[in-house]
Design a protein around this ligand. Structure first.
Ligand code: FUL
Length: 473
C-alpha cells in the first residue's frame, strides 16, 4: 500500500514536470545566439565618404578613396566601449566600389591611392575584430550603379563572385546583409540610364544564402526572400511595441505592418533588426557634425528596439580621416553608460516570488529570478495566463520592468499589465507604451512608483506561459 502511494506521488511529480510542448515557429540555435547579441554596429565607409554623397551614382573615380590615417582598431575599440557586440561593414555600397581587392571588378580598393593599391579594408576590419573579440558581418549591395551589365544575367555572376570572395575569405561572419534598395538609375558603365529588376528573383538569393552558409554556418541572412532575420521596415530606430518574431516569408511585397509588428500566425521565426544611423546620413558629412544623436536620443532608440524584442544595428559613419568622429564616439559611450546604469540595479533580487499557477517544481515562479536563462516559470497546459507577485523586504522605487520569455519553445504572451501594492493599497502601473507581446526581451518604462509588491499579470498567451526572466529597476 505504502509503495503504491509512493509510486503514485512519484508519477504525479513526473507528469507535472513535463516541459510545455513547443509552439511553432521556434528559433534555430543560430537565431537564438544572434538575438542574444542585442546591439551591434554598422560602418558605412567608401567612395561616398570622400565625395560627400549618400548614394554615389557609380562614376566617382576610385582615385578619390584616400583615407590618411585609417585605423580599424580605433573603430573596434570605440565600438567595444559602447557595448556593441559586433560590426557590419559596407564592403560594397550601391555605387559598386569594393573595399577589398576583388577579382570581379576593377572598381575596387586596389585601384585607389590607399596603401598604394595594396589595401584590403575588409581584411583589416575582420582582423581587428578577431583581435578584440567582436563579431564581424558584411553588407554587400546587390544593386550596383557602376556595373555595365547590371540587370542582365552577367552581373548576377559578378555579384556571386563577390559573395563567394567575401563569404570564404573573411569569416567567420555573423551576418550577411542583402540591402533591399534597387533605386533604378545609375552610371552602368557609361550608359547612364534607369534599369529595373525583379528584386525577389533577379539576384538568385537561394544561391547567395547557400554560399554564405557553406562558409559561415551560423551567419544570419538579412534581406531577400530567404532571410533568417527581418528588417523592421524603417530607419528611425523603432520596432513595434507589439513585436512577434513570428512572421510569414518576407518578400519585396510584404506590408510595412508585418515588418514592424511581425505576425502572430506567421509560420517562420524571423526576429527583427532595427537599423538606424547615429547621424542623419549613413555616410559621413561634415555638415552633420552637429547633428549626432545624443545619449538620451540613443537611449530612446534602445528602449524602442532592444526593449521591443528587436536587435539594434547602430550605424557609425567613419569620417574622412578613416576614424570614428570624436562626437559620435563620445555620445555612444555616454549612451552605453546611461543605459547600463538605468538597467543595472535589479530590485527583484532577493524578493519573495509567488505565482497563481506553477507547472510543478521544475517550473516554479522562482525560476524567473535565478539568473539562469535556461530555466523558466511555466504554467499548466490549461492555463494560458497567470500572475506572478514579487514581495520586497522594504519599499522600492522603480520605473522599468524587463521580461524575457523562454523563446526556445516559441513566443507566447499576447498581453500583460503591471500592478503595485503600497501600504496595502493596490494600483495599476501606467506604462509609457502598450503592453502586448514580450518575446526574447521586453522592457517597459513608467514614471517612478514606490511599492512593496509588484505583480505582472499575463492576461493572454498562445499557450502555457514560459517566462525565463523578470527584473525591475
Ligand atoms: C538602405 C541604403 O539605401 C542606405 O544607403 C543604407 O545603406 C541603409 C542601411 O540601407 O537601404
Amino acid at each position: 500500500m505504502k509503495n503504491n502511494i509512493l509510486i503514485i506521488i512519484t508519477l504525479a511529480l513526473f507528469s507535472c514536470a513535463k516541459a510545455p510542448e513547443p509552439l511553432y515557429p521556434v528559433p534555430s540555435d543560430g537565431q537564438l545566439a544572434w538575438q542574444k547579441l542585442e546591439t551591434y554596429a554598422f560602418i558605412h565607409f567608401g567612395l561616398n565618404t570622400f565625395n560627400d554623397l549618400e548614394w554615389g551614382y557609380g562614376d566617382t573615380p576610385a582615385s578619390t578613396f584616400n583615407p590618411e590615417s585609417l585605423d580599424c582598431e580605433q573603430w573596434v575599440q570605440t565600438l567595444k566601449n559602447c557595448g556593441m557586440k559586433g560590426v557590419i561593414l559596407t564592403a560594397k555600397h550601391h555605387d559598386g566600389f569594393c573595399l577589398w581587392p576583388t577579382k570581379s571588378t576593377d572598381y575596387n580598393i586596389s585601384n585607389s591611392p590607399y596603401k598604394n593599391g595594396g589595401g584590403d579594408l575588409v581584411k583589416e576590419l575582420s582582423d581587428a575584430c578577431r583581435k578584440y573579440d567582436l563579431k564581424f558581418g558584411i553588407y554587400c549591395s546587390p544593386w550596383d550603379r557602376h556595373d555595365a551589365h547590371y540587370a542582365s544575367p552577367e552581373y548576377v555572376e559578378t555579384y556571386h563572385t563577390q559573395i563567394q570572395e567575401l563569404a570564404s575569405n573573411y569569416g567567420p561572419l555573423f551576418e550577411f546583409w542583402f540591402d533591399g534598395a534597387n533605386g533604378g538609375d545609375g552610371y552602368y558603365g557609361g550608359a547612364s540610364e534607369a534599369r529595373s529588376i525583379d528584386p525577389d528573383n533577379y539576384y538568385d538569393y537561394q544561391r547567395a544564402k547557400d554560399t554564405v552558409l557553406a562558409h559561415n554556418p551560423d551567419a544570419m541572412i538579412f534581406g531577400g526572400p530567404y532571410q533568417t532575420v527581418r528588417w523592421i521596415g524603417n530607419e528611425k530606430g523603432l520596432a513595434g511595441a507589439t513585436n512577434w518574431c513570428n512572421a510569414p516569408q518576407i518578400t519585396s511585397q510584404t506590408s510595412a505592418k508585418i515588418s514592424f509588428n511581425g505576425l502572430e500566425s506567421g509560420s517562420e521565426w524571423l526576429p527583427a533588426e532595427v537599423d538606424v544611423s547615429i547621424r542623419p546620413g549613413w555616410f559621413y558629412h561634415e555638415s552633420e557634425d552637429k547633428k549626432v544623436k545624443t545619449a538620451d536620443e540613443l537611449c530612446e532608440i534602445y528602449y524602442n528596439s532592444v526593449g521591443h524584442n528587436a536587435n539594434l544595428l547602430l550605424n557609425f559613419p567613419v569620417a574622412l580621416d578613416g576614424k570614428i568622429h570624436p562626437t559620435d564616439s563620445a555620445n555612444a559611450v555616454d549612451f552605453y553608460k546611461k543605459i547600463t546604469n538605468e538597467l543595472s540595479d535589479n530590485v527583484l533580487t532577493g524578493a519573495k516570488v509567488k505565482a497563481d499557477n506553477e507547472r510543478g517544481r521544475r517550473y516554479s515562479a522562482s525560476k524567473v529570478s535565478d539568473g539562469n536563462p535556461e530555466t523558466y516559470w511555466a504554467t499548466d497546459d490549461d492555463y494560458p495566463y497567470g500572475n506572478i507577485t514579487f514581495s520586497m523586504d522594504k519599499p522600492v522605487t522603480i520605473s522599468r520592468v524587463m521580461i524575457q520569455e523562454y523563446v526556445k519553445l516559441g513566443q507566447r504572451v499576447k498581453s500583460f499589465y503591471l500592478e503595485g501594492e503600497k501600504d496595502g493599497k493596490w494600483f495599476r502601473i501606467n506604462t509609457l507604451d502598450e503592453t502586448t507581446t514580450v518575446g526574447y526581451k521586453r522592457i517597459v518604462r513608467f514614471n517612478p512608483v514606490e511599492l512593496d509588491k509588484l505583480v505582472i499579470n499575463f492576461e493572454e498567451s498562445r499557450g502555457p506561459l514560459c517566462i525565463s526572466s523578470i527584473e525591475a529597476y
